[in-house]
Write a protein that binds this ligand. Structure first.
Ligand SMILES: N[C@H](CCC[C@H](N)C(=O)O)C(=O)O
Length: 283
């Protein structure tokens, strides 16, 4: 974005249907305001997207770049798995990276990135954080599973974990019948989640396969959620319901998650697609 310009160039991308506006701020332009994020994300009056991703100068030694994330409601986030793959693909297409692997900084972590065949990317998403204080999840003095909370006349049991952003994971027997929006909004509104949370609904199909829908913080239900896929596998591995290599079937596509050991980072592999480039005309 050229300072004071009327034009803001962007790239429209998606990762398994979770869609993004990518802005190149590597030369130091200021990040978009929450109002601008909401305006660009608007699917009728703007471009339309689930999140805005900014590509910025690296924060850590050895990293190629950093990225930040804003949801369509203008709220910031600490992580976006599908977005990380799209930023990696964007940097590759820009010629900003050499070789098939490099390092990328999200707001709170650094990630090893590997280019796979067929426009797919593998991202090391970091070690899952189960300490409730660091999710954050209030009212519990240590990790447990499930957490049980009475709300709105019902009792909700869920797993909780941070991938750099907060997640709750509910195991369901029939994903198509799940009240994703109702239960999702109900959990997000709890005082127990002071920063809200992304709410995943997971149906275990086999020890290496789950179906997942995610009601995302700041957006609502998306076609895919990369950090949500990592969170769901981490919770279900700890519950002993799946093995450590799992295909996650989301409405927008499949992601492949590997969590080799409790103290190891979670690896997420999946697609990143370019849709179009454009110029946002400031009104
Ligand atoms: N809504 C999320 C950010 C985007 C996460 C998702 N799109 C992903 O692929 O991880 C949050 O507020 O934490």
């Amino acid at each position: 974005m050229v300072e004071g310009s009327r034009l803001l160039r962007f790239t429209k991308m998606h990762g398994a249907g979770n869609d993004f506006i990518v802005l190149d701020l590597r030369h130091g332009a200021a990040p978009p305001s929450p109002d601008l994020c909401r305006a660009m994300a608007d699917r009728h009056r703007g471009v339309g997207c689930d999140q805005i991703l900014t590509v910025e100068a690296p924060r850590e030694t050895g990293s190629v770049a950093a990225y930040r994330i804003w949801n369509s409601d203008g709220s910031p986030s600490g992580q976006c798995g599908n977005g990380a793959r799209c930023v990696a693909a964007w940097l590759w297409r820009e010629g900003a990276v050499k070789g098939k692997s490099f390092q990328l900084d999200s707001p709170g972590r650094s990630h090893h990135v590997e280019r796979l065949d067929g426009g797919n990317w593998r991202i090391s998403m970091g070690v899952p954080e189960f300490d409730p204080a660091r999710i954050p999840l209030l009212g519990f003095d240590g990790p447990r599973d499930p957490y049980v909370i009475a709300t709105g006349g019902s009792i909700l049991g869920f797993g909780a974990v941070s991938m750099g952003n907060p997640h709750a994971v509910l195991e369901v027997q029939d994903l198509d019948a799940a009240d994703v929006a109702g239960t999702g909004a109900q959990l997000q509104a709890l005082d127990a989640f002071p920063e809200s949370a992304n709410i995943g609904f997971a149906q275990v199909q086999a020890r290496d396969s789950i179906r997942l829908r995610v009601f995302e913080r700041g957006v609502g239900e998306t076609l895919a959620c990369g950090s949500g896929a990592c969170a769901a596998v981490a919770v279900l591995v700890r519950r002993g319901l799946v093995d450590r290599a799992v295909t996650v079937h989301l409405p927008g596509g499949d992601l492949h998650i590997d969590w080799p050991a409790d103290d190891a980072p979670v690896a997420m592999a999946g697609p990143a697609a370019f849709v179009f480039e454009g110029e946002w005309l400031h009104d």
